[in-house]
Design a protein around this ligand. Structure first.
Ligand SMILES: Cc1ncc(COP(=O)(O)O)c(C=O)c1O
Length: 254
């Protein structure tokens, strides 16, 4: 039978991430191509204990909950943020997802339509590119150096393409591992204000730094920017919005 796939998926190609994972699971291969944690480091006992404690409180733990995610966990996330001196948000600004990947997809579903221009670092995270492609975005890569996006290239392309979104992984970028300088972050935020585009910050690795001080301070920058959306990861990540943004997103799904 010849399947009539949706028009928007006809141009999709095989997933590079899937291809990488196929090789990884062969057992005799130690692959550095995917960002896989060492199995030995998974806190199996702590996870078992958490499940046991949650289930011991009754069957409610198995029930559906709020779309935005379990409220007490959203409170914990806000408390964590406060410890990092990010204090202007409440649990109502947080949406829990089952991975940054889901958050990238949610964001794209409501923000990106055919032909919308999205800028990315060059190179950038493969699986984000795949999501943007699946929503038929026009992806424009921006040249990068060790401090972040090359501003000359960025400004020229902003004039030429008028982007809707700039997707960045400014802290331990994937795949380069680079950390953007304060100046480049600030310049991006200013440009976003002037040129009216959304900064979509993907930050799954910000918590694994050995010298947190400096980067912590820089993180505030993107969050202060009114049109920035931030995906954080606990390896169970969340989407984070400005006031009103979350309810707008949820309304768009209901
Ligand atoms: C930059 C970036 N964003 C998102 C993800 C996806 O993270 P998750 O496993 O939480 O879905 C990864 C995983 O490698 C990543 O490197």
């Amino acid at each position: 039978m010849k399947y009539a796939f949706a028009k928007r998926v006809r141009h999709l190609q095989s997933s590079a991430v899937r291809d990488i994972l196929k090789v990884v699971n062969q057992g005799n291969v130690l692959s550095f191509a995917g960002g896989l944690p060492d199995d030995e480091l998974f806190p199996v006992e702590a996870i078992e204990d958490s499940f046991r404690r949650a289930l011991s409180k009754g069957k409610k733990a198995m029930q559906y909950g709020e779309t935005e995610g379990y409220y007490p966990l959203r409170e914990v996330i806000i408390e964590r943020m406060k410890k990092k001196q990010i204090s202007e948000f409440t649990p109502n600004h947080v949406l829990l997802t089952t991975g940054s990947q889901q958050a990238i997809d949610l964001f794209s579903r409501v923000m990106i339509g055919p032909g919308d221009v999205i800028f990315t670092e060059e190179p950038t995270y493969l699986a984000a590119l795949q999501v943007f492609q699946s929503y038929e975005a026009k992806i424009v890569p921006i040249r990068c150096d060790e401090f972040g996006m090359d501003f000359e290239d960025l400004q020229e392309k902003v004039k030429a393409y008028r982007p809707k979104v700039v997707y960045v992984v400014p802290t331990f970028s994937n795949p380069t591992g680079r950390v953007w300088s304060f100046e480049r972050r600030e310049a991006l935020v200013r440009l976003a204000h002037r040129q009216n585009f959304v900064i979509f910050e993907d930050d799954p690795y910000g918590d694994i730094q050995y010298t947190p001080g400096a980067i912590r301070q820089w993180r505030h920058l993107m969050m202060e920017h009114m049109s920035s959306i931030r995906v954080r990861s606990l390896r169970r990540p969340c989407l984070h919005f400005e006031q009103g943004g979350l309810s707008a997103l949820i309304r768009s799904f209901v």
